[in-house]
Write a protein that binds this ligand. Structure first.
Ligand SMILES: [Zn+2]
Length: 283
C-alpha cells in the first residue's frame, strides 16, 4: 500500500526547479516527507535515506509485498469470505496524483470490511472503515514470480485501535482490450503530474462494489505498509481473481506514475516471507 505524496525527482538538479514551479503555480505545498523517497530503486534505498525514519523497511521481518506461491499456501478452515459493506453510489471527491500513486478520495461513509474473526474483530463488531484506495503499476505482489499489470489497494482502518487492513484487487489486461467501465468513472480525471489534485466532476458517483471480483477467494497474510515507514502488522487480503481493464487505461495510470519521478513503475520490490505463512480462502 502507499500513503504518500510527491516524490523527489530522479535527477537531483530538477528538484529545485520543480519546487519553484509548484509554488509559483500555487499547487499543493510540498512537504519534506513527501519529497523524501521514490520508487526508482524499488525501495531498497529507503532505509539509508537520512531523516526518512525508514529503518524498519530494511530490518523488518514481516514486510510487504510478497511473491505468493499459490502451491505453497495453506488452506485455513477458520477463514470465511470477507464481509464487504460498500456503497453502490459513493461520491468521488478528488482524484489525486500522489507523486507516483493515483489515489481516490471518497466521501466519508459507511464503507467497511469485516474480516473473519480468526483474523481480526473490532471491539464493537463493526467493520474496518475504508480510508482511500489507490493503484500500483505493475502489481506489488507477485504470484509464482509473475506481476499483474496493476494492483488496487483499499486501505481500511479500525477507528478505535488503528489496526490497518488492506484489501487488494489485481488488474490484468482484457484479451479483447475492453475498457473497464467502472474505472472510467474516475480515470479520465487523473492528473498527469504530481501537482495534481483534481476534483471529480460534481455528482460523480461510483459503485464501489463493482471494483471487486465476484469470486470471494483470497489470500491472507500479516505484512506491512509498502512505503516508509513500512509499519508492520498490516493485515493483507488479496482477492485471487483479477478484474480486467484496457491498455489505454493502464497507460493512464503509468503516465500518472511517471509524473512523479519519471518511472512508470511504483511497486516496492517483493520481500522475504521469513517465518510467515500465506493462508488461502477458496470461495
Ligand atoms: Zn499501496
Amino acid at each position: 500500500m502507499a500513503r504518500h505524496s510527491v516524490q523527489q525527482s530522479r535527477v537531483g538538479g530538477l528538484l529545485l526547479p520543480a519546487l519553484v514551479a509548484a509554488l509559483f503555480f500555487a499547487g499543493p505545498v510540498l512537504g519534506a516527507e513527501e519529497l523524501a523517497f521514490n520508487h526508482t530503486l524499488g525501495g531498497v534505498d529507503w532505509p539509508y535515506i537520512p531523516g526518512l525514519n525508514a529503518s524498519l523497511c530494511g530490518t523488518g521481518t514481516m514486510q510487504s509485498p510478497l511473491n505468493i506461491i499459490p502451491g505453497n499456501t495453506t488452506t485455513a478452515s477458520t477463514l470465511t469470505a470477507l464481509n464487504l459493506s460498500y456503497a453502490t453510489n459513493v461520491s468521488l471527491l478528488n482524484v489525486t496524483n500522489e507523486g507516483d500513486v493515483v489515489e481516490l478520495v471518497i466521501s466519508s461513509g459507511n464503507n467497511s470490511v469485516k474480516l473473519p474473526p480468526s483474523i481480526y474483530s473490532t471491539t464493537n463488531g463493526s467493520g474496518l472503515v475504508l480510508q482511500q484506495f489507490h493503484f500500483h503499476t505493475p502489481s506489488e505482489h507477485m504470484f509464482d514470480g509473475i506481476f499483474y499489470a496493476a494492483e488496487m489497494h483499499f486501505v481500511h482502518k479500525d477507528s478505535v485501535t488503528g489496526q490497518q487492513a488492506v484489501v487488494a484487487v489485481l488488474l490484468k489486461l482484457d484479451p479483447t482490450d475492453t475498457r473497464n467501465p467502472d474505472l472510467d468513472k474516475f480515470l479520465p480525471f487523473t492528473p498527469n503530474n504530481y501537482t495534481g489534485v483534481q476534483q471529480a466532476p460534481a455528482n460523480s458517483t461510483l459503485n464501489l462494489t463493482n471494483l471487486f471480483p465476484s469470486n470471494s477467494s483470497y489470500w491472507y497474510y500479516n505484512g506491512s505498509l509498502t512505503t516508509p515507514p513500512c509499519t508492520q502488522n498490516v493485515l493483507w487480503l488479496i482477492f485471487q481473481n483479477p478484474l480486467t481493464f484496457s491498455v489505454s487505461q493502464l497507460l493512464t495510470l503509468e503516465v500518472a506514475n511517471a509524473g512523479g519521478d519519471g518511472a512508470r513503475a511504483d511497486n516496492r520490490l517483493v520481500q522475504l516471507l521469513n517465518s510467515r505463512t500465506v493462508s488461502v480462502f477458496r470461495g
